[in-house]
Design a binder for this molecule. Structure first.
Ligand code: NOJ
Length: 553
């Protein structure tokens, strides 16, 4: 059944428990608060939640520095609350993915504390040590400008330890079979508590060879197969969604030739060129990125996204393209980060213009993959550039115009709620938008329904139609005798196009899925479409009786 591969046609909603909903008034979001908001998420139509790290952690990298993999941060509740939450999700048909951060631990993790204190500790080899400072210690930093090195001297150990990320995140020696066994144990634990898979943090680094003498680290791809196999044995529908900002030529190595490694990966090349397309109206680099990432095993899937909790990384664009995106969306230095990206949320980047926001989400939802949105996207939340680094885009969810946006009754929220300017909670909040049929929230609900009812996008083959006018992207998806056609005008001016849908007579009738309009082809099989500035149109090709033609196998 196609629904067994649920991730091919899902809509994933990413959130941080800490900033979603506080139930006990201590200023910190918690699982009980989140559970109370599940009907909201079910109503929105998302069918999977990705939870950012919530395990015990000193919180120096927003939980990506785990100090105990088998417990949750007590500020968020108890393991009992967690199981209540996964149960509540199950009842509503929502699957739960959680972050799996096993490239590194916190330096406060008992494994690291033991490893540094005693050369004979069983955990010594769980980390990577060097007596001398390795020659490449000043290379490969992930957070340039904030992180100084990748090897830091530890007084207690009397040696240098390796850390790809911040110095309080020592890398695990993932080649060590004991570490690998522990990773499986961690996955098994959370699977047992009701999760359906993992967003695996920093996959290329997890599988890279590590050590002071390694010049050109090779990837240990078999590790991915081991993880995947284990998951399938424990729970057949569980998946790994990899965070892997890699070159398209390596995609298949991550998915596996036969689709026997990770099921999903975020599509970073398309993400970056999509922002370039939004900035310039030039869709060519995005079409090229789609082409480069077209090949994948049948069971694999890309996660499509606009903004996530990190900076918008533009590192793979050409210098000119990157400058175009900076100029359009993050012209000031304090909007940029790590010499490669922009740290703002999408809504402020697009000037809060709902038409452009709709265009951006419609475009992302119509690309070949599974859309991943972030809490607050559905109401167009903004950012607080006074907060350091990536925290600016991690402020609490804005539920209403009550104090602290209804996130907490405490006057000391864990991060400040946005309260100034056009993106303040008094203007941008769920309660207000729920009442307005034209709001972004209600529009997003309709978009989600539309996307879920077009499984052609998740499952089918796509064709970028040609020729269309500059700034217009027309994609047709075909799957099991059904087709959808989605057209976007990225330019700020209206445009008229004459389109041959490219599938014979079947293509003579287009029914607009969102609107009551339809289009019939002229004698030459071409549709004349008038697209307003920043318009998006979703069509079902050949009429609406697709449900009759569709087979569920
Ligand atoms: C990637 C995560 O998305 C980011 O937020 C984090 O800082 C690093 N990995 C380190 O875990």
């Amino acid at each position: 059944m196609i629904s067994d591969l649920w991730y091919k046609n899902a809509v994933i909603y990413c959130l941080s428990v800490e900033t979603f909903m506080d139930s006990n008034g201590d200023g910190v979001g918690d699982f009980e608060g989140l559970s109370r908001r599940l009907d909201y998420l079910a109503g929105l139509g998302v069918n999977a939640i990705w939870l950012m790290p919530f395990q015990v952690s000193p919180g120096k990298d927003d939980g990506y520095d785990v100090a105990d993999y088998y417990n949750i941060d007590p500020r968020y509740g108890t393991l009992g609350d967690f199981v209540d939450f996964t149960h509540g999700c199950k009842q509503r048909g929502i699957r739960v993915l959680i972050d799996l951060v096993v490239n590194h631990t916190s330096d406060q993790h008992p494994w690291f504390q033991s490893a540094r204190s005693d050369p004979n500790s069983p955990y010594r080899d769980w980390y990577l040590w060097s007596k001398k400072k390795p020659a490449n210690a000043d290379e490969g930093m992930i957070f340039p400008g904030v992180q100084e090195s990748t090897w830091t001297y530890d007084e207690k150990a009397g040696q240098y330890y390796f850390h790809r990320f911040y110095e309080f995140q020592p890398d695990l020696n993932t080649a060590n079979p004991h570490v690998q066994a522990e990773i499986l144990k961690i996955m098994g634990f959370w699977i047992q508590l009701g999760v359906c898979g993992f967003r695996m943090d920093a996959v290329p680094f997890v599988i890279a060879e590590k050590g002071a003498d390694i010049k050109k680290p090779k990837e240990q791809f078999e590790m991915l197969r081991t993880f995947r196999e284990f998951l399938q044995w424990r729970k057949g529908d569980s998946i790994i969604l990899g965070e892997a900002n890699i070159l398209p030529k390596d995609n298949i190595k991550y998915f596996g030739d036969d689709g026997d490694r990770i099921q999903m990966m975020f599509n970073f090349p398309v993400n970056q060129s999509l922002f370039y397309a939004l900035a310039s109206g030039d869709t060519e680099p995005m079409v090229a990125a789609l082409e480069q990432t077209r090949e994948k095993p049948h069971t694999a899937q890309f996660g499509m996204f606009l903004r996530n909790h990190d900076e918008l990384d533009l590192g793979r664009l050409s210098e000119d393209q990157r400058q175009a995106v900076f100029a359009a969306f993050g012209p000031e230095k304090h909007m940029q980060l790590y010499d490669r990206g922009i740290r703002r949320r999408l809504a402020p980047m697009l000037g809060g213009d709902q038409r452009r926001l709709e265009l951006a989400y419609s475009l992302m939802f119509s690309l070949p993959g599974t859309p991943v949105i972030r809490y607050g996207d559905e109401i167009g939340m903004g950012d607080d550039l006074d907060l350091p680094e990536r925290n600016c885009a991690r402020t609490p969810m804005q539920w209403s115009d009550e104090p602290q946006g209804g996130f907490t009754t405490s006057d000391k929220p864990v991060l400040p709620v946005i309260s100034k300017g056009p993106f303040g909670f008094e203007h941008i909040n769920v309660a207000e938008q729920r009442r307005d049929p034209e709001s972004l929230l209600n529009w997003m609900e309709r978009l989600i329904r539309m996307r879920k009812e077009a499984p052609e996008i998740g499952w089918g083959d796509y064709t970028v139609l040609d020729p269309v006018k500059p700034g217009v992207l027309a994609i047709r998806y075909d799957w099991r005798n059904n087709s959808v056609l989605i057209v976007h005008n990225l330019k700020p001016e209206p445009v008229e196009i004459h389109l041959d849908v490219g599938c014979g007579e079947h293509g003579n009738l287009l029914i607009d899925i969102a609107d009551s309009e339809s289009s019939e082809a002229d004698g030459k099989g071409r549709h004349r479409l008038l697209l307003e500035a920043h318009a998006y149109r979703w069509f079902r090709v050949g009429g609406l009786d697709y449900l009759l033609r569709r087979t569920e196998l």
